[in-house]
Design a protein around this ligand. Structure first.
Ligand SMILES: *[C@@H]1O[C@H](CO)[C@@H](O)[C@H](O)[C@H]1NC(C)=O
Ligand SMILES: *[C@@H]1O[C@H](CO)[C@@H](O)[C@H](O)[C@H]1NC(C)=O
Length: 515
């Protein structure tokens, strides 16, 4: 055979292009970055991707079709308008409690299902997919796309594995030694912590139970017509959501906890990070190359606008950063007057390329999970100033692991920030630990991107990978805890006790009669 023909045969045999639907309708920017991570990897592997997203990717390639649900951003905007730096400082909003968000999240899900673009996709019976990848974020509702297109479902979970997601593919981890996703406790627990963890499991179960009827209604009404049009019956939300082939987790034990995992949970933290570092813009490249004492990169992410910072806080930061020998690159939405010479403000920052530069010695961050992954990837230690949701636990955990220092956001945060920077500059420990953990992070059998592509292929080729399905899924709690056996033993003891008591009574009666 001629080499070219052989090549064609090889290509035919090894590259199969599949049609994959990626559903990430939640309008948070970091969630869209995770969604895009899937899209980019799958496109690169030669698949055809349909992407339901509120943040459209620019210049999409031919094999990518985007389903625009950008109106979700408005729904989110109302909630977000409550968030500002000032309110965090004054503790007017309790941003730690994500549970309060569940209702907003369900509202976003319902609006997504009823979005004309989404209904059009679902109601078109010519549309077919080989796989659906759906984000889990406090709701299971997006599993319905797999129901509509009658294909295997893969969950994506954006944080460390926890009971709410593991329950979908296996079972709740034991709270006696597994902290819940909003807890900073580390096992082994004290008695009080153990109670607290158990209570949290019960509470979350109750929360999901209380909202189930509503969610199932959204599920039936939203997907029902499309499923009926395809001539099938709707399952319940419970059945559909517990039918996933696999779960990808944006997690890894280098930054998270060593939670015991089922076979079909695949941790792929870092998959959103580009394989190759993009070159820096010329001005930044020059600033970083010539930074004699190293570069400190400062970015509070995109969730809360830094420009909502009160003036005195801005001034405090500028004074603190200006007093350093190091060069500072500060990602900030506005240009500040009276900037010290060593502080460079950029409206947009190529974060990965900055962290990848060998002169970058420290990352001052809000402690979001993506930023933390990127810091681990490039081995740059962190000073975390958490503001929102999981950022608090991410920072707590990073501090416990020893690669970060935490600073609370208060009116005079810059004083604490200065102390933290001084501690960091005077103590090589943080950098050393970060180097070690970065090694753990990179020391995998395959890169997270390669794992992603492999497991997608595996699920499709094995039509849903039923061999990975956990047998724990269908077993009720009372059977897992052998409560039926306990009940049986108690019953037998009771019966024996009654019989013995009867016999004893009869003998007593006989004795009495004799006398
Ligand atoms: C579960 O998933 C399989 C494919 O992986 C599909 O054939 C089946 O219909 C699904 N069942 C439900 C209840 O969604
Ligand atoms: C979902 O949204 C649709 C369209 O806006 C609305 O008619 C319906 O009542 C909503 N469903 C629920 C359960 O709230």
């Amino acid at each position: 055979m001629k080499p070219t023909i052989l090549l064609v045969f090889l290509l035919l045999g090894f590259t199969s292009a599949y049609k994959i639907l990626v559903a990430f309708p939640y309008p948070g920017k970091s969630h869209s970055i995770l969604g895009e991570g899937f899209v980019k990897r799958l496109l690169k592997a030669g698949h055809e991707v349909t992407y339901i997203t509120p943040h459209l990717m620019k210049d999409p390639p031919k094999q990518l079709r985007q389903v625009d649900v950008s109106s979700n951003i408005n729904l989110f905007g109302e909630t977000l308008s409550h968030l500002s730096f000032e309110k965090v400082i004054k503790k007017e909003v309790n941003l730690r409690d994500t549970r309060a968000w569940v209702e907003v999240i369900d509202e976003i899900a319902n609006q997504t299902l009823w979005h004309p673009n989404v209904q059009k996709l679902m109601l078109d019976t010519n549309e077919q997919f080989d796989l659906v990848i759906a984000e889990w974020l406090y709701t299971e509702l997006y599993c319905g796309f797999a129901t509509v297109f009658n294909c295997p479902l893969v969950w994506s979970s954006s944080i460390d594995p926890h009971g709410l997601v593991l329950g979908l593919i296996d079972e709740e981890p034991n709270p006696a030694y597994t902290a819940n996703h909003m807890s900073s406790s580390e096992a082994p627990f004290t008695f009080a912590q153990r109670l607290d963890e158990l209570w949290e499991v019960v509470y979350l179960k109750y929360m999901k139970w209380a909202i189930y009827d509503y969610e199932n209604k959204v599920f039936q009404e939203g997907y029902g017509p499309a499923v009926a049009k395809r001539g099938r019956q709707m399952p319940s939300l419970y059945e559909a959501s517990h039918n996933a082939s696999l779960m990808f987790g944006n997690s890894h034990y280098s930054s998270g906890r060593p939670v015991r995992l089922p076979q079909n949970y695949i941790p792929i933290a870092g998959y959103h990070i580009d394989d190759e570092v993009k070159p820096l813009p010329e001005d930044l490249q020059k600033i970083m190359d010539t930074a004699e004492h190293g570069v400190i990169y400062f970015s509070m992410g995109s969730m809360i606008k830094s420009s909502s910072m009160p003036e005195e806080v801005k001034k405090g930061f500028l004074d603190t950063l200006g007093s350093l020998k190091q060069t500072v690159i500060w990602k900030f939405e506005e240009m500040l007057p009276n900037r010290p010479k060593n502080v460079h403000i950029v409206k947009w920052a190529p974060q990965q390329s900055i962290l990848a530069h060998p002169n970058c010695i420290l990352f001052i961050s809000h402690g979001g999970l993506l930023s933390t992954s990127e810091a681990l990837h490039y081995g740059v230690p962190i000073i975390g100033m958490p503001m929102f949701a999981d950022q608090f636990i991410n920072v707590d955990r990073a501090v416990k692991k020893g690669f970060a220092l935490g600073v609370n956001i208060v009116a005079d945060t810059h004083v604490y920030l200065k102390a933290a920077i001084n501690e960091f500059l005077g103590n090589p420990r943080y950098r050393e630990i970060m180097k070690e953990l970065s090694f753990v992070y990179h020391h995998r059998i395959a890169t997270p991107g390669a794992e992603l592509v492999h497991w997608v292929d595996h699920v499709i080729k094995t039509r849903g990978a039923p061999h990975l399905r956990s047998p724990a899924l269908g077993v009720p709690t009372y059977q897992k805890m052998y409560l039926d056996l306990a009940a049986l033993i108690l019953f037998v003891i009771f019966v024996l006790y009654t019989i013995v008591k009867r016999l004893f009574c009869i003998r007593q009666v006989k004795k009495v009669k004799k006398n």
